[in-house]
Design a protein around this ligand. Structure first.
Ligand code: ADP
Length: 393
């Protein structure tokens, strides 16, 4: 007995053929970038997509990029699309280098500055008479880590130059409120062309689940009742998060457990269990750490293990480091030095995955206190262990 005909098409990386209930937003993007297939080079467009997790921001940009470049090619225009994850890249230079890589710009072996790299990309496009739409995904993260100067560089530095019109941008951010630390002009600039994605209602999620189930599961292995149960649990209008990723994950887990028990049909009970094991916090965290460097994950795992072992609510930096050294040994990894460990802890804290605060003056000076405001820890520990093993091999 089998449930899945294509498990991959349920994975978060998979780009679906269509996006039910995002027609209006796709049309809005097409209209913002229309100049690329009528009067390319007339402007450099910048559009901001915002919405909560799982509202389809990434999928929207990727589907748009895929369909729009095809349409442009049919009309005889050369438009390229690059999708850069700012969380994965972490610095202005890495972001720009990734754009270059995706646009097939040959990079000389000697080190380049961000600006030199940028110019290389612009000249490359100019020589080939190509235009590009660049999506900077998780832009709020980039803004947080790299600071206002880097944002300014990307968003506005080249405003006046004609060559720059070869590049057009889509910025993706969790919520416009989080951009509040930008200078008001840059923020105003970014908010001028806004595509805001609302959380999905239960009816919308039902349609999305139905479409995605049809692609990934055999007919007869699920029914409308199962899909409706998930949609009602997660639907925004029913008090859920309106998060399509969560809804799809529940379906995926429910299907897996039915399959593991040798059944060829998903039951409501499978769904109930799947909902239990995919708590919202875990999903949010798993999303946030998907691209974290391995040692950041090892540190997070150390924190989780130690919180479980001690039963305390807060940990000292020193203890976490000791646990981290032991955890590294277990996985056969060489531990990083103190300053680097501290840097990782601060990254985790900035990303909201852990909370770190200074203890104030104690008997032996200041120390950093670390805690996790969510759980359950055993599920987190299992999740981290799996993720780390996957990344190590
Ligand atoms: P976000 O970037 O807002 O966190 P994603 O674009 O990653 O959300 O979407 C989460 C998951 O839900 C992905 O697997 C995506 O393919 C799927 N998804 C989101 N919206 C739709 C939709 N309208 N139709 C089909 N699948 C969707």
């Amino acid at each position: 007995p089998s449930i899945f005909k294509s498990r991959e098409s349920l994975s978060p990386e998979y780009i679906p053929g269509q996006l039910p209930h995002r027609d209006k937003e796709l049309k809005a993007l097409a209209s913002y970038f229309k100049h690329l297939v009528t009067t390319p080079g007339s402007i450099s467009q910048r559009v901001l997509i915002t919405g909560r997790i799982g509202t389809g921001k990434t999928a929207l940009a990727k589907v748009f990029g895929r369909d729009f470049t095809r349409l442009a090619a049919e009309k005889g225009y050369k438009v390229r699309y690059a999708h850069v994850n700012c969380h994965r890249n972490r610095s202005l230079y890495n972001v720009i280098a990734d754009i270059g890589r995706q646009l097939d710009v040959p990079v000389p072996p000697r080190g380049l500055s961000s600006k030199e790299m940028y110019d290389l990309i612009l000249n490359h496009l100019d020589e080939r008479d190509e235009y590009a739409v660049i999506t900077l995904d998780e832009f709020h993260y980039f803004a947080n880590i790299s600071g206002p100067d880097a944002v300014y560089f990307i968003v506005r530095t080249y405003d006046a130059e004609e060559l720059f019109r070869r590049l057009n941008f889509i910025f993706i951010a969790i919520d416009p409120v989080k951009l509040g630390f930008l200078d008001p002009t840059t923020e105003g600039y970014l908010l001028r062309h806004l595509v805001k994605l609302n959380p999905y209602t239960s009816q919308q999620l039902f349609d999305i689940l139905k479409y995605r189930a049809g692609e990934s599961m055999y007919e007869g292995s699920y029914d409308d009742e199962v899909l409706k149960f998930i949609a009602d649990f997660e639907g925004w209008d029913k008090g859920g998060g309106g998060n399509a990723r969560h809804a799809l994950e529940i379906l995926h887990v429910a299907g897996s457990s039915a399959e593991a028990e040798g059944r060829s049909r998903i039951t409501i009970e499978d769904v109930r269990k799947a909902i239990m094991s995919t708590s919202r916090e875990i999903l949010t965290v798993s999303e946030a750490i998907r691209d974290s460097p391995i040692h950041e994950l090892l540190i997070l795992l150390s924190i989780v293990k130690l919180l479980r072992k001690t039963g305390r609510s807060e940990l000292k930096m020193g203890e976490v480091e000791d646990e981290y050294n032991a955890v590294c040994e277990f996985y056969g990894e060489v531990p990083r030095k103190h300053t680097q460990v501290y840097e990782y802890v601060m990254n985790l804290s900035r990303a909201g995955i852990i909370q770190a605060r200074s203890s104030g003056k104690g008997q032996r000076g200041r120390s950093t206190l670390i805690t996790l405001p969510y759980g359950p820890l055993d599920v987190l520990e299992r999740y981290l262990d799996e993720l780390i093993r996957k990344k190590i091999q």
